[in-house]
Every structure is written in structure tokens, then in C-alpha cells.
Write a protein that binds this ligand. Structure first.
Ligand SMILES: [Zn+2]
Length: 418
């Protein structure tokens, strides 16, 4: 039997991670919370050690573990809504630490659900961290583009998308939304194609827009992506699925970045993709990646994904960068851009799950999900309540600015210093 206690940064002068390390107990950190655990027989020794180290442990907060600690990633509150009986130890919106009995682990891992996953909790490690990137000197060319990001065009794209009432991938409204987005991108000067995709027996589309760079050879390829589709899992395929946050917010972000970059010719190739079939299991991005020709796959310098960028789940405007070791450099550049050009707080995780960055990462292509911060969850997604009145434009626009700054640096060989 083991005991655990959750330490919180706010009650400690030093970071909880440092404290846990010093105590010699096992620990795992999610943002400003760290769970620390030992076998029960060592608990008193552990507490004494903590006292000598000057670390305050609220004894009343310590608990016996019934099973073992597991790490859960969920979209919205999908896991907690489906399994309210599960004992949650740390709750950070998208990320949870739970106390699971072996039979619960068995039962949960038998369920196939696209909206949550249960994984072993990595011991003595930072699962999600709040980073404090250093702001660099702003680059004039980048700044001019950042200043061109506009709430009025962004919100007009967002409203147009929500006005299709649903963007369920197999609906006629989805086709209309895809054609509308394709027309927007075409009128901005991009070469646009609709790529057919399969979703079970049905079919849908990805919208793919290209602009070639000016270099005559060795051009890299930068991808800015979001899923265009929405879903209403509570009321079914024909029910309203406005998907304002999930994911009109990200799709409108792709259009806004496309609009600003249309004015800025670049050396490298730019590709903007709006995926279909994301909500049914990443069909659009999986099929796109599986059909990528080798000469394109190897030229991709970055894939920046926006999925749910406009709900404030945190006290201050916060972005979560979710990538993998292959996207380490890209995550650092995004964090640096956030510090330089926005007021975003940056959370970082290397446990990718549940959005269109995953099929790229699976092929070792540097991809990052940029998503609203994760201290709590957007409880409205996948329902008729994911509406415009919950949208936080300040957060969405700052995430767009961060992504635009990094895209510019990667596209334009004259820009360095980010
Ligand atoms: Zn989504």
C-alpha cells in the first residue's frame, strides 16, 4: 500500500518538483501540482525528512492509494463525464492523474474511445510544465505581420464557420463549409484542392492550399493545420454542432494566418490544411500523412496545429504546446515567439494525443498542437453549446500571433533572431 500527497506551487517557495526530488520519494509533476508518493511504511520517514527540509506537507491532504497512479489525457471532459467513479488525484483539464485498481485499468483499456486515453504514469518526471521563455528582440518584419492580425477578419471567419450550424464530416453542410473555406483561400491567391477522404463507408474532404516559395531549390515546407469538422456526440449526426471552439477557432486561425501571409511572399513553401474526419478518429490527417510523397515528407520543417484555441481555461491567457521529442526545437521556437510577441503563459507537454498533430509525430515529422491552456476543461465541446458566446478573442489572437511569428521565421530566410 502506498500513500501520496499533492503539493502545490502556490504554498511553497521552491518548486514542488525540487521538493519532491529532495525528499527521495517518487513524484510526477503537472504544471503547478506535483504528486509525491511512497510505500506506507516509509511515510513517516518521508514526512520527517520533509520537515527537516523545511517543506510543508499538509498531513490532512495525504491519502492511501487504492491502486496505482495512471496518466489520462482527455478531450474536453470526455473521460470524467464517462467515468465519474474514477478517483482523480490531479486535475488539469486535458491531463489527469488517477488512482486506478487493476480491474479498472483492465476495464478502461478494453474500451476504444477516441476522446481519452489511459497510460502508465511516468515516475519522477515532468508530465506538463509551465515554462518561462525569455523574450527576444522583436524582429521588425515579423512585428509588422503580427500587427496585421485582425480581430475583425478572424471573427468574421469564425462566425461564417459557426453559421453552417454543423460541420459534421458526412453532412452537406460540411461540404458547403469546405467549399467556402477553399474559396476564401483561393481568393487570397493560394492553389487550393479538395482531397477526398474515407470515413468508414462515407466520404469527406481535406482542404489543401499551397503557395510555392521563391527559392529555386532546396525549399522547405511549412504546414499550418486545423480540423474543419465538428460533431455533436450527445444528440447525434443531425443535431446542431456549431463547434465554435472545437474547431472553428483553429480553422479560422488558419484562414487568418493565410490572409496575413498572402501579403508576405516567402522563400520556402507554405501549405495550409483544413482536415475533415478529425472527430471520427483523425481520418483526414491520417490519410493525408499516409499519402504524403517521400520528397514532401522530408521537406517539412514544421507542422503547427491549432485545435481549440479560444476558451479561457486558466486564470491568465495560456497556451499549451503539445508535441514530442521530434518537435522539441519547434516547441522552443513557439515558446520564444509567445514571450516576444504575445502575453501568453506557456505550458509544455510531450505526450501527444487526440488531434491532427499525432499522425505527423507518428512519422517523426516535427508537429506541435497549440491549444488553450489546461487548468480546467472546455465542458461545451461536442455539444450544441460550443457557441460563439464562449469565445475569448484575446487568447485566440495571441495564439495566432505566436504561430504566425514562427511560420514567418521558417518561411523567410531573411528573418533570423527569433
Ligand atoms: Zn478538436
Amino acid at each position: 500500500m502506498e500513500r501520496y500527497v499533492v503539493l502545490s506551487d502556490s504554498s511553497e517557495k521552491r518548486s514542488t518538483e525540487e521538493s519532491a526530488r529532495n525528499l527521495g520519494a517518487h513524484w510526477a509533476r503537472l504544471g503547478d501540482k506535483t504528486v509525491v508518493w511512497t510505500v506506507s511504511e516509509e511515510w513517516n520517514a518521508f514526512v520527517n525528512k520533509a520537515r527537516r527540509a523545511g517543506i510543508y506537507l499538509d498531513q490532512a491532504e495525504s491519502r492511501k492509494l487504492e491502486g496505482q497512479l495512471y496518466f489520462i489525457i482527455q478531450t474536453g471532459r470526455a473521460f470524467q463525464d464517462a467515468h465519474p467513479e474514477i478517483r482523480i488525484v490531479i486535475e488539469k483539464g486535458r491531463y489527469l492523474v488517477a488512482d486506478l485498481l487493476p480491474e479498472e485499468v483492465r476495464r478502461l483499456t478494453e474500451i476504444k474511445d477516441d476522446w481519452w486515453t489511459v497510460r502508465p504514469l511516468a515516475m519522477d518526471s515532468v508530465i506538463m510544465e509551465i515554462v518561462k521563455p525569455v523574450a527576444r528582440a522583436a524582429v521588425t518584419r515579423v512585428k509588422a505581420n503580427i500587427e496585421a492580425v485582425s480581430e475583425s477578419t478572424y471573427s468574421s471567419y469564425l462566425i461564417s464557420l459557426v453559421n453552417f450550424l454543423t460541420r459534421y464530416s458526412l453532412s452537406s453542410q460540411y461540404s458547403s463549409a469546405a467549399e467556402w473555406a477553399a474559396n476564401q483561400l483561393q481568393s487570397l491567391g493560394y492553389q487550393v484542392k479538395l482531397h477526398p477522404i474515407n470515413i468508414g463507408e462515407g466520404s469527406s474532404y481535406n482542404v489543401v492550399a499551397d503557395r510555392l516559395g521563391s527559392e529555386s531549390e532546396s525549399r522547405k515546407l511549412v504546414l499550418i493545420i486545423a480540423h474543419l469538422d465538428s460533431i455533436n456526440i450527445r444528440d447525434g449526426a443531425n443535431a446542431p454542432a456549431p463547434g465554435a471552439d472545437d474547431n472553428a477557432s483553429g480553422a479560422a486561425g488558419v484562414l487568418e494566418i493565410a490572409r496575413v501571409l498572402a501579403e508576405h511572399p516567402s522563400n520556402h513553401d507554405l501549405r495550409l490544411i483544413l482536415f475533415g474526419g478529425e472527430e471520427e478518429g483523425l481520418h483526414g490527417s491520417k490519410q493525408y500523412v499516409s499519402r504524403l510523397p517521400e520528397n514532401e515528407r522530408t521537406r517539412i520543417s514544421a507542422v503547427i496545429n491549432m485545435d481549440m484555441v479560444a476558451t479561457l481555461n486558466t486564470a491568465s491567457q495560456t497556451v499549451l504546446l503539445e508535441g514530442a521529442p521530434v518537435s522539441k526545437t519547434l516547441m522552443e521556437e513557439l515558446a520564444g515567439a509567445a514571450a516576444t510577441y504575445t502575453s501568453l503563459i506557456v505550458q509544455i507537454s510531450k505526450s501527444p494525443f487526440g488531434s491532427d498533430h499525432v499522425p505527423f509525430i507518428d512519422e517523426l515529422i516535427p508537429a506541435v498542437l497549440t491549444i488553450e491552456g489546461t487548468d480546467s476543461s472546455n465542458i461545451n465541446i461536442h455539444t450544441a453549446n460550443d457557441t460563439l458566446d464562449h469565445i475569448n478573442y484575446g487568447l485566440a489572437l495571441d495564439i495566432i500571433r505566436m504561430n504566425l511569428a514562427v511560420a514567418l521565421k521558417l518561411l523567410d530566410t531573411n528573418i533570423s533572431g527569433l
